[in-house]
Ligand binder design. Structure first.
Ligand SMILES: C[S@@+](CC[C@H](N)C(=O)[O-])C[C@H]1O[C@@H](n2cnc3c(N)ncnc32)[C@H](O)[C@@H]1O
Length: 292
C-alpha cells in the first residue's frame, strides 16, 4: 500500500482535505476548504449527520434491510449472547439489528452527532461510544467474537491502524466482516453506465481503478458544492495487503448485486441483466492469523 502522511488519530475520521491527489478538476469540490477545520474533532460526518439519519431511519434503507444487514449477520456466524462490535456504526442501524438478535453490542463511531442519533434511536442495552476506529486506546483490552464494518471502510482515510485494532479486538476464531461499495465497479464519479447501441447492451465503464483516490461526496448528493464527506477509493490489493499486515486472513468473499429492477420498457431487459452482472457491494470476511 502507498505510504501516507501520519495524522493524529481524531483527524483520520473524515479529515477535510485529502492527503492523496484528487484526480481531475471534475472531482474537486469548488468550495474545498484549504484550511484545517476549526475544531479538529468535528468530522465530515458530523455536518452530514442529520441528513444521514433521515436517510437511514430506524430500520435502514432498502439495501441495508434487504441485502447488507442480513448478509453480514449470516457471515458473522454469532450466537445469542456473543459480544459484537459495530465499527463506524453511524446512527446505529446495524447495532439495533444485532441487539434484536440477542447479541451484546457496542457501536463505535467517530461522529459525535451520529452517536447522539444512535443513542436516541436505541434502547439502553445497546452501548455506543465516540472514537476514531484507528485510535489504539479505543476499547483497549476488550474482546469481541465478531466485528462488523458496514459501508464505512471507504470513508476511512487510514485503514491500517483500524485493521490492527480489529486484530487486537477479535477473540481467536472471531470474524471481521466488512461491506463496502464494490471497488471494481462502483467508484463515485469514476464509474458509469453506458448503452451500446450495436449490441443493445448496457455496459459498465470504469475510468479509474488502480490509483488510490479521495473523492468528495456532497451531502445531500445532488448538490455540486458545499458540505461533503470523503470516499477513499482503493484497489482490492490495498485491502488484502492492509488486512494481511494487520494479522488478518481473508477467509471468504461475497459480491452482492442490486435487488432492484427496471420499469417495463425497451431497455429494461438489458438493464436488469447488467444489474445482475455487476455487483454493487463487496463483502470480505477475515479472521486473526494468530491466536491473540
Ligand atoms: C456511510 S456511514 C455508514 C454508517 C453505518 N455503518 C451504516 O451502515 O449506516 C460511514 C460512517 O463511517 C464513520 N467513520 C468514518 N471514518 C471513521 C473512523 N476513522 N473511525 C470511526 N468512524 C468513522 C462516519 O462517522 C460514518 O458514521
Amino acid at each position: 500500500m502507498k505510504s501516507r502522511r501520519k495524522v493524529p488519530a481524531r483527524q483520520t475520521a473524515g479529515k477535510r482535505t485529502p492527503s492523496r491527489q484528487v484526480p481531475g478538476k471534475s472531482v474537486k469540490p469548488r468550495s474545498a476548504p484549504r484550511q484545517a477545520p476549526e475544531r479538529a474533532e468535528l468530522t465530515d460526518w458530523d455536518q452530514a449527520a442529520r441528513w444521514y439519519d433521515a436517510l437511514v431511519g430506524q430500520e435502514g434503507s432498502d439495501f441495508q434491510k434487504d441485502i447488507i444487514m442480513p448478509g453480514v449477520f449470516r457471515l458473522l456466524g454469532l450466537k445469542k449472547g456473543d459480544r459484537v462490535l459495530d465499527l463506524a456504526c453511524g446512527q446505529g442501524v446495524f447495532s439495533r439489528f444485532l441487539s434484536q438478535k440477542g447479541l451484546k453490542v457496542i457501536g463505535l463511531d467517530a461522529s459525535e452527532a451520529l452517536i447522539r442519533h444512535a443513542r436516541s434511536r436505541s434502547t439502553d442495552s445497546t452501548k455506543y461510544m465516540c472514537s476514531d476506529a484507528g485510535d489504539r486506546e479505543a476499547l483497549a483490552g476488550e474482546k469481541f467474537s465478531g466485528v462488523a464494518c458496514l459501508m464505512a471502510v471507504q470513508n476511512m482515510e487510514n485503514i491500517q491502524p483500524v485493521f490492527e485494532n480489529i486484530a487486537r479486538w477479535l477473540t481467536p476464531g472471531g470474524r471481521f466482516v466488512l461491506v463496502t461499495t464494490h471497488p471494481c465497479f462502483r467508484i463515485p464519479r469514476q464509474s458509469h453506465w453506458g448503452w451500446d447501441e450495436d449490441k443493445k447492451m448496457e455496459y459498465r465503464r470504469m475510468d479509474l481503478y488502480s490509483s488510490e483516490t479521495a473523492i468528495p461526496i456532497f451531502t445531500p448528493p445532488m448538490r455540486t458544492e458545499g458540505p461533503h464527506t470523503w470516499t477513499y477509493h482503493r484497489p482490492l490489493a490495498s485491502y488484502f495487503s492492509a488486512l494481511n499486515k494487520a494479522g488478518l486472513a481473508v477467509v471468504d468473499l461475497e459480491e452482492w448485486t442490486s435487488n432492484k429492477s427496471s420499469q417495463p420498457g425497451k431497455r429494461a431487459k438489458a438493464e436488469n441483466r447488467a444489474r445482475r452482472e455487476f455487483p454493487v457491494f463487496l463483502t470480505l470476511v477475515a479472521t486473526p492469523l494468530k491466536e491473540g
